[in-house]
Design a protein around this ligand. Structure first.
Ligand code: SF4
Ligand code: SF4
Length: 267
């Protein structure tokens, strides 16, 4: 049976994202996406320890899964700059969140269809809100999967820093196709503070003090996201799942790059 390669999948996703602005009839919010794959091996057994005790295993999505595919769609600099000022997220930050989640869901399905034509089934979950509302933890965490598959490393802000930085959104799927191990990051840390260098700018930036060097108060953060959604007039027409802020990741050392490596991703 024909086995699609990682470069074919990467090109497929790049084209899919590149076509989105024309479909939406505006300039779009996205830079070139990143995509990695990893075999379904014992590394994913730790998900219930590092992410959440009820986290699903890749084989819970598809019993015959051989690979995990995780992708990241980074935002353009203009959007990230726009969200820098003030203590509340801008209108476009919310709109980009909504349109990116929709794009991620469709892109995931398109990748699954692409793999299906080669004879491989896939399993998918939504881009967001697949989590326990009480514990504020995801049962399918794209970020933890991305970490295990070598797409990024967690920063002090509990977001994942990829080779294209932290501002953007993740999607993932599992598939029967044997795609191999294709990470984009093997550095132990991508956060300056975690790598023993000076930073902590994300901690200073949080308007509700939800971040410290060693912890993240999920409840404080979640309350702020809800407050933004329910009090900002310019979010009134956006879906009830538009939980955004972004102040701890816009225009910071890790916004666009892996700051420990100090290299702009350019492949
Ligand atoms: S702003 Fe600095 S301390 Fe915070 S996650 Fe980014 S690199 Fe780490
Ligand atoms: S998203 Fe906003 S509220 Fe949550 S930790 Fe970051 S800056 Fe704080």
């Amino acid at each position: 049976m024909y086995n699609p390669s990682i470069s074919e999948l990467r090109k497929f996703l790049e084209s899919y994202v590149a076509e989105e602005p024309a479909r939406l009839n505006h300039g779009g919010w996205w830079r070139k996406p990143l995509l990695v794959s990893a075999p379904v091996d014992q590394r994913f057994d730790v998900l219930t320890e590092i992410a959440m005790d009820e986290h699903l295993h890749p084989r819970d999505l598809l019993k015959t899964a051989k690979s995990v595919v995780v992708f990241f769609i980074p935002f353009v600099k203009e959007l990230i700059k726009e969200n820098r000022s003030g203590k509340r997220p801008c209108r476009n930050w919310g709109l980009a969140y909504v349109e990116t989640n929709d794009l991620i869901n469709r892109a995931g399905e398109a990748i699954a269809d692409f793999l299906k034509t080669a004879g491989y089934a896939s399993g998918l979950t939504p881009a967001t809100h697949n989590f326990d509302e009480r514990r504020l933890m995801a049962r399918w965490s794209h970020k933890h999967l991305a970490h295990l598959a070598g797409l990024g490393r967690f920063g002090v802000h509990f977001m994942l820093i990829t080779p294209a930085g932290v501002c953007g959104r993740f999607g993932s799927l599992v598939t029967e196709a044997d795609l191999g191990d294709n990470p984009l990051m093997d550095d132990p840390e991508a956060c300056l503070l975690k790598a023993g260098k000076k930073c902590g700018k994300c901690i200073e930036r949080c308007p509700v003090n939800a971040l410290t060097e060693n912890g993240f108060d999920r409840r404080k953060c979640w309350d702020r996201l809800n407050e933004n959604l329910h009090t900002l007039d310019y979010y009134a027409d956006l879906p009830s799942t538009t939980h955004v802020c972004g102040k701890c990741n816009t225009m910071l050392p890790c916004s666009f790059i892996n700051p420990v490596k100090q290299e702009m991703f350019s492949s």
